[in-house]
Design a binder for this molecule. Structure first.
Ligand code: ASP
Length: 344
């Protein structure tokens, strides 16, 4: 690139931007426009940095679809002006948020890198500096005039993952995320190494960024466990306005074959609820029809979540419900990779 890349940091909240309130001992957000003063090293990076912050930064436990739209609007409104985006959110729900953003943008051709930290930026042993500095480097990595990453990524502890493949796996360790079904798309050590063959290639997509923000959160998750009772599962049928249900099944997509369970699925489908089968295993895929216990689900018309994570199934369901698709199209799109979120 012949000029310095312009990078926009979007701060929404989370531990990374917090300081200790010495009166209460609790963590609270600091004014993020001071970020360049807090981390003078940022001035050494080969890019120009601008920041934009939520007026009231949030703990990511309070994240919701309105905030998704806020984040996506900031990116959409600044898309032409900036070369790359770094979005800071709390790590607790970062996989959900970054997955949702990945669906909301079609034809994305610039890097959108989510990061955060386990310790606040002012803490002596903080992981925030490395996470932030490398995320900015990734967002400003260009090959000639082309950005290297043209998708939504999540960077944490030396690894850049495809965001919609990630899961938070540790509440304490700096290595807080993993991506069981897709390798890291970049790794940082002495060098920043991109796994070029694993990056999304949107060159065949249209040129114009399409931004969709009609998310529908009338959904629920049902996690199976041995001993689950009929009255528990049937309670889902009385959720007013329910449109989508993600069932976290066992292993390769297996569920009880008891009549009451199959009746529940039939009744849900008859009510017009879309049911997606996702495995509760951390890695691997649903393989419908592999066992008798999953064949029944297949013949009832349950959607195959393949190797999607629960976090991304939630985001994809909200996105596709918002598109108001026909039954057939909903199933077809859910079972197809839209942003590299499943292995086809
Ligand atoms: N509770 C924080 C949040 O998700 C944790 C973090 O930032 O890592 O907002």
């Amino acid at each position: 690139m012949t000029r310095k890349p312009e990078i926009l940091i979007v701060y929404t909240g989370g531990t990374i931007g917090m300081v200790k309130d010495y009166q209460t001992g609790a963590l609270k957000a600091f004014d993020f426009s001071q970020i360049l003063e807090k981390i003078p090293e940022l001035k050494l990076l080969n890019c120009n940095i601008s920041t934009i912050s939520f007026e009231e930064p949030i703990d990511s436990s309070n994240m919701n679809i309105d905030y998704y739209v806020n984040i996506a609007e900031i990116i959409a409104n600044n898309y032409e002006k900036f070369d790359g985006f770094v979005v800071l959110t709390g790590s607790d729900t970062m996989s959900y948020t970054s997955s949702a953003i990945s669906f909301m943008f079609e034809n994305l051709k610039k890097p959108v890198i989510f990061t955060g930290s386990q310790l606040p930026i002012g803490h002596l042993r903080t992981d925030a500096k490395e996470n932030l500095i490398t995320s900015i480097e990734i967002a400003s990595a260009y090959n000639e005039e082309e950005p290297i990453v043209k998708e939504v990524g999540l960077y944490f502890e030396y690894k850049l993952y495809r965001a919609n493949r990630t899961t938070k796996i540790n509440a304490e360790q700096f290595e807080a995320f993993t991506s069981m079904n897709y390798p890291p798309i970049a790794e940082s050590g002495v060098h920043l190494n991109f796994n070029h063959h694993l990056l999304l290639d949107p060159s065949k997509n249209g040129d114009k960024l399409i931004f969709r923000k009609n998310l529908d959160n009338n959904i629920a998750i049902l996690k199976l466990f041995p001993g689950i009772t009929e009255k528990v599962v049937r309670a889902y049928l009385s959720i007013p306005g329910l449109k989508g249900l993600i069932i976290e099944t066992y292993g390769a997509g297996n569920a009880p074959t008891k009549e009451w369970f199959l009746m529940f699925l039939k009744d849900c489908i008859a009510q017009g609820v879309f049911i997606v089968n996702v495995t509760q295993c951390a890695g691997g895929s649903v393989i419908l029809g592999h066992y008798e216990t999953s064949s029944a689900l297949k013949s009832l018309g349950v959607i195959d979540g393949k190797d999607i994570t629960t976090e991304t199934a939630v985001a994809k369901m909200m996105y596709l419900l918002g598109e108001k698709l026909s039954k057939e199209d909903f199933k077809r799109y859910f079972e197809t990779s839209l942003r590299g979120e499943i292995t086809n």
